[in-house]
Unconditional design. Structure first.
Length: 74
């Protein structure tokens, strides 16, 4: 179970780095692929679903294993 949590953290870190690098280093337009509006919407929907699932799992894991000491001596 710990390996799944570590994998989720690594995915979150890489996602953050990709977002950060896209803001710092702009990609030239000739290197970008042409995509339709429907493909962009589909990608946003899939990304949102993956983000919610990973976030819920990480929250559940942290609460169940009492990493923050929220539940005292349970």
């Amino acid at each position: 179970m710990d390996y799944i949590f570590i994998g989720c953290i690594i995915i979150a870190i890489f996602s953050f780095l990709v977002t950060l690098f896209r803001k710092i280093i702009p990609i030239p337009e000739e290197m970008m692929m042409k995509s339709s509006e429907s493909s962009i919407k589909k990608g946003e929907t899939i990304g949102t679903i993956i983000g919610i699932v990973v976030g819920v799992f990480m929250s559940y894991y942290l609460i169940i294993n009492n990493y923050f000491g929220l539940f005292g001596d349970f």
